[in-house]
Design a binder for this molecule. Structure first.
Ligand code: AMP
Ligand code: GLY
Length: 452
């Protein structure tokens, strides 16, 4: 198959690597990165320009286009590709609004009775202050738009919560958008990511993974796009996937179809396993980064078959997915300054050495070749080093062996990815309902009220 992958991160490198290992394909990527260049022909394209992506897909004769990042999806790139008669893996702009607008996601969840945090959408400072006081600490304040995982502040410091909320309102007013900031109930409990592949109707879950969002060891420091991940989750309730399928993913896909805007692509369910049951923290409309790096390292079924079936509405005919028993761990090597202002142009050494280690592979994210052809840093998250092993500890040891082989001036990485697991949760524990069966519906309804 001829496949064009849009994007340039480690997630897209993982997708291209997985496609390359799963069959005889002609692979193209745009814009891609130096790691992807070893597996696919690279093309330049403005990734958020639907007409340009569709034209490129036609030019290379792509039978399938896979859109990795959220920005092109929210901009309607998948719609443009489909309009050109080419199969595309990725939701429409309307579907991607599940990620692009937290307020819209809350509205859909309310309509589909999907359990999530109670939320207020505030449009003025007065509303913001009222919402902060109504929920109390810890405060959760979210920018109502795309912010690369950095638009959320969770803090017990009321002044910091208020300052972030005001900054979100201000940023949106300045950019001419409707000012909106979401304040919501704090969800306790471990977080998991479950990617559900959808074709508008049928939903196929992948393996759950856990992401480490904070910049520093011990879950300290600011939120980032993700500093590492692992899969499988040996501590998670045995019926986690089933619960998410029946209570979250399928109802959401059904609701989107009922609205006449079917969702096809990855419905990324970001979940908190709270003492009161599973709650949606957020939806994304694409594969997660860095979780994809570990999930695809474990997938045995050829990825092209999964993505093509989703893109053509044939997921119901796909045989059950096959998985390796092995575990996978990925550690992100980040540039000096990430997640703040990063420094670019630092030389990266040792990637080939790390790649040559047994059960280690290196995925590129923010890398580039300079004028001399030397590999240099060119973004916040520079590399995603993946280790595979019989269990999470073995995989973790491999991932860190890979990281140790790499040298990048001023870089940082977390040293505790997959080092500590949450306490095991029984199937009838985190996923159990509270005594009041109305509880979830109630919280969902409250958010609808607030959206009016
Ligand atoms: P989001 O962009 O919505 O995924 O939020 C980024 C991160 O902020 C999440 O992964 C959580 O760690 C944290 N977070 C978001 N919402 C909540 C919440 N309601 N309660 C606790 N933590 C949250
Ligand atoms: N790993 C978080 C994200 O992809 O949004």
């Amino acid at each position: 198959m001829r496949i064009l992958v849009i994007g340039q991160g480690a997630r897209e490198h993982a997708i291209v690597r997985s496609l390359a290992q799963g069959g005889e394909h002609e692979l193209h990527a745009a814009p891609g990165n130096p790691g992807i260049a070893a597996l696919a022909t690279l093309h330049e394209v403005e990734a958020t320009d639907g007409a340009a992506v569709a034209a490129l897909a036609a030019e290379v004769g792509a039978e399938l286009v896979v859109v990795g990042p959220e920005a092109p999806l929210v901009a309607g790139v998948a719609d443009a590709v489909r309009a050109a008669g080419i199969a595309c893996f990725g939701p429409s702009a309307e579907g991607a609004a599940l990620e692009g607008s937290k307020a819209f996601a809350k509205e859909v969840m309310a309509a589909a009775a999907v359990p999530t945090a109670m939320a207020h959408v505030c449009t003025t400072e007065t509303e913001l202050v009222e919402a902060l006081d109504a929920f109390g600490a810890p405060y959760v304040v979210k920018d109502d738009g795309l912010a690369a995982g950095k638009g959320v502040v969770v803090t017990s410091d009321r002044a910091a919560a208020l300052a972030h909320g005001l900054a979100c309102l201000d940023r949106r007013s300045q950019s001419g958008e409707r000012p909106a900031v979401v304040v919501e109930e704090y969800l306790d409990g471990p977080e998991v990511s479950l990617f559900c592949v959808c074709d508008g109707q049928t939903v196929v879950p992948l393996a759950p993974a856990q992401d480490f969002k904070r910049a520093l060891d011990g879950d300290e420091g600011p939120n980032t796009g993700g500093m590492g991940a692992y899969s499988p989750l040996t501590w998670a309730p045995a019926d986690l996937v089933e619960q998410v399928m029946t209570r979250v993913a399928q109802p959401t896909v059904d609701e989107m179809r009922r609205r006449g805007t079917p969702f096809a692509g990855v419905l990324y369910c970001g979940l908190a396993l709270t003492s009161r049951g599973v709650r949606v923290v957020e939806f994304n409309a694409r594969f997660g980064d860095p979780e994809t790096q570990v999930v695809l390292a474990r997938l045995v079924t050829p990825l092209s078959e999964v993505l093509m079936a989703a893109a053509t509405g044939e997921l119901d005919t796909l045989p059950p997915l096959r998985w390796r028993d092995d575990a996978a761990v990925t550690v992100v090597v980040a540039a000096h300054g990430y997640p703040g202002t990063v420094r670019a142009g630092d030389e990266i050494e040792g990637v080939a050495d790390a790649d040559a280690l047994a059960d280690v592979h290196v995925l590129h994210a923010g890398t580039a070749r300079n004028g001399e052809g030397t590999l240099v840093s060119a973004g916040g998250r520079v590399l995603s080093v993946v280790g595979v092993g019989a269990d999470v500890d073995a995989a973790r040891e491999r991932a860190y062996a890979g990281v140790e082989a790499i040298a990048l001036r001023g870089s940082h990485h977390r040293t505790d990815i997959a080092a500590r697991m949450p306490e095991p949760i029984a199937a009838d524990d985190a996923t159990a309902e509270t005594d009041d069966p109305e509880d979830d519906i109630h919280s969902a309804m409250l958010s609808t009220e607030d959206l009016r």
